[in-house]
Design a protein around this ligand. Structure first.
Ligand code: ZN
Length: 416
């Protein structure tokens, strides 16, 4: 405990509350990256680090496994402090792991010297941060590659924070065992974690788990064209929408993340409408320039194929995009769907050699779905109840639609 003489320090109040209310330890040798670490600023104390926030259940953990690292996954897109990614040491899954999240130096984190992915190494078997060479929670510095170990003396009380602690586009755009020979599990074995293609910090940050996220277009027309044609790099944005069961084309408006798209394409958001080419994407990845919905829109069949509107045909879901507002109206054909039906539809924007594909999962309200992959089902309808395989309730999706922190397994979701 610290007494509070003279000018009232919000830092001291918040820090001591951290001890008393949550039982968090002092994070010596840690730096400015948490209010339980350095006293970086008395009047604008740094936020609690995202690992502690996730541990309290304030934000979700997203568990990454070696399977994710070694397989093709969709590019991760995360907002500051939105989720905490966690990669457990397979040999000691309940004790040790690496965690990371997007930390941006605005608002509560304004004092920090940089922005990007902030990675941490935890070990619950080490009690707190009470010895420099044995830290229960330490920052994995992006700039520490090649050192045999971080110099503990550099951590407390200075440098506080450095811009090069954060992983981001440029020199420190990747984490791997090869690039970081000093970062190992405390047993000395390699972690097996690999993160590549870490983007530029903005409203959100993108990165790839493993190294297989962006892929050249697989459409046959691109492969048949001459070798002078530049390869199209495809970045996917996964979106979910739940529709009411309705008989009069009721729609939901879905945000297409205009600023993120503009960042990926390398243009201003206000330029999207004039500069990009809009397509529907067939299930095999082929781009289809024919629009079949209203304006820049499409009708899709149950398999996501682009079809013409026909109440007696196979058209079942529409997505009518507005490039000015970067939103889309999504709805379904009357009398053709039932509660719990789910469809995947794709639309794309292309500019130069870059393609952004929106992969939209459309679910009809009121259904029951089986969850087999917690990562894929990360977001859904807020308030939906989750049951385990024995039918016991285990939680509810939060206001953002995120799942509660659940161990791997099969779950049943009942839409609210
Ligand atoms: Zn303290």
């Amino acid at each position: 405990m610290t007494d509070m003489p003279g000018k009232f320090s919000i830092y001291v109040f918040v820090h001591e509350s951290g001890h008393m209310i949550f039982g968090w330890p002092d994070l010596y040798w840690y730096g400015d990256y948490c209010t339980m670490g350095n006293r970086a600023n008395d009047l604008n104390p740094v936020a609690i680090n995202d690992f502690y926030r996730a541990d309290q259940g304030w934000i979700p953990f997203v568990d990454i496994t070696s399977e994710d690292v070694n397989n093709i996954t969709s590019l991760e897109v995360t907002k500051p402090g939105e989720v905490c990614y966690r990669y457990k040491n397979p040999a000691r899954p309940n004790q040790e792991g690496l965690v990371w999240s997007y930390v941006r130096n605005t608002g509560r984190n304004k004092v920090l010297a940089g922005s990007g992915l902030l990675m941490q190494h935890y070990d619950f078997s080490i009690e707190g941060n009470s010895a420099a060479d044995k830290l229960g929670l330490r920052i994995v510095h992006a700039s520490a590659a090649g050192k045999s170990s971080d110099n503990p003396g550099d951590q407390w009380p200075s440098p506080g924070s450095t811009a090069n602690t954060f992983f981001k586009s440029g020199t420190y755009s990747e984490f791997s065992d090869d690039a970081y020979p000093a970062i190992r599990w405390y047993s000395g074995t390699k972690t097996g974690l690999k993160i590549t293609d870490i983007g530029t910090p903005g409203d959100s940050l993108t990165f790839c788990i493993g190294e297989n996220c962006s892929e050249p277009s697989s459409s046959s027309s691109a492969q048949e064209s001459s070798s002078s044609t530049a390869e199209l790099t495809v970045q996917k944005i996964a979106l979910d929408v739940t529709l009411p069961l309705d008989n009069n084309y009721a729609y939901e408006t879905l945000d297409l993340k205009g600023s993120e798209v503009a960042q990926i394409l390398g243009i201003k958001q206000s330029e999207i409408e004039d500069k990009v080419t809009f397509y529907g994407v067939e299930p095999d990845g082929t781009l289809n320039s024919r629009t079949t919905g209203e304006g820049t829109g499409h009708w899709f069949d149950k398999d996501g194929k682009i079809v013409a509107w026909d109440p007696n045909g196979s058209s079942i879901v529409f997505s009518n995009v507005d490039l000015t507002t970067m939103t889309t109206k999504i709805g379904h054909m009357p009398n053709k769907v039932k509660s719990g039906d789910s469809f995947t539809i794709r639309q794309a924007l292309v500019y130069g050699s870059k393609q952004v594909t929106f992969e939209i999962t459309v679910t009809i309200e009121g259904g029951t779905t089986v969850i087999t992959n917690l990562r894929k089902a990360k977001y859904g309808k807020p308030g939906s109840k989750i049951f385990n395989a024995l039918g016991k309730p285990v939680g509810v999706r939060n206001a953002n639609g995120a799942l509660p922190d659940l161990p791997k397994g099969v779950y049943v979701e009942v839409a609210k």
